[in-house]
Write a protein that binds this ligand. Structure first.
Ligand SMILES: Nc1ncnc2c1ncn2[C@@H]1O[C@H](COP(=O)(O)OP(=O)(O)OP(=O)(O)O)[C@@H](O)[C@H]1O
Length: 243
């Protein structure tokens, strides 16, 4: 499984409306890229472009020239769990849709990894918001794709669970091309091997030269000095995006 770099180069549109005449983004192959930016700017729309869910006129592509469909797993902002299926069946939903054989051992393993082994038979409505978010994470991990798109994947979790799930995702998704939309500067400082900010001016690298992304492998310690320095620099950069 080789993970391609991702490139977005062109107009960004949603529902027939042009959000940006031109957006440029590159997510390096096999690396974790975090994308920050104000609410409503278009971050999810970029992810949807790579997932084939938005009209992009070919602007969203894999740099190796091969088609993206079949190589991408998306964890959307809403959990997208089917309410009539159990959590276990939701995790393996991709197999059901493709008509491929379910790997029950692997499904059980990812459910254990996200701490939901005991809740596999429950329906989504019988789970808390954070448990549903972990079920959606389990599904994206189960999919085992070289390109992984994460839209605020840890936003509903308490600090301890979030820290554990960030570490799990960093371990399980190592070597894949990850594009991760987040509102949390601390999360970007912990996980980002590239960190980008999207503003009305477009998508630009962050943080500044004075607070470079730490060399430490991900997941970085959330309380390491250089992680905190980057968190502060990103927070400042995000505050400056407010008009
Ligand atoms: N289906 C849709 N129809 C019309 N407009 C939409 C649709 N989806 C999103 N938009 C609009 O497109 C813009 C970009 O939305 P998008 O969800 O990409 O923003 P975002 O940066 O991910 O925001 P947030 O951080 O709040 O999730 C917003 O102004 C939003 O209202």
């Amino acid at each position: 499984m080789s993970a391609p770099a991702l490139r977005f180069s062109g107009a960004l549109r949603v529902a027939g409306r042009v959000l940006f005449d031109r957006i440029e983004l590159t997510a390096p192959a096999g690396h974790w890229t975090c994308l920050l930016g104000p609410s409503g700017i278009g971050k999810s729309t970029v992810l949807h472009g790579f997932a084939g869910l938005a009209e992009t006129d070919g602007a969203a592509m894999a740099a190796d020239g091969h088609p993206l469909p079949g190589r991408v797993a998306l964890m959307a902002q809403s959990d997208m769990l089917l309410p009539w299926l159990s959590i276990g069946a939701n995790v393996t939903l991709g197999d059901r849709l493709r008509g491929t054989r379910t790997d029950a051992d692997r499904a059980a393993q990812v459910l254990r990894d996200v701490g939901l082994a005991d809740l596999a038979q429950r329906k989504p409505r019988a789970l808390s918001g954070g448990q549903r978010q972990r079920a959606a994470l389990a599904r994206v991990l189960y999919e085992d794709r070289p390109v992984v798109l994460l839209d605020e994947p840890f936003s509903a979790l308490d600090v301890a669970t979030r820290t554990a799930m960030q570490a799990l995702a960093a371990r399980e998704l190592a070597g894949r091309t990850v594009l991760h939309v987040t509102h949390d500067p601390a999360e970007a400082a912990r996980l980002g091997q590239q960190i980008l900010i999207m503003t009305r001016a477009g998508i630009t690298p962050a943080p500044p030269a004075a607070a470079p992304i730490p060399r430490a492998p991900i997941p970085r310690a959330p309380d390491a000095a250089d992680t905190l320095t980057v968190t502060g620099a990103l927070t400042r950069a995000l505050l400056e995006t407010v008009p």
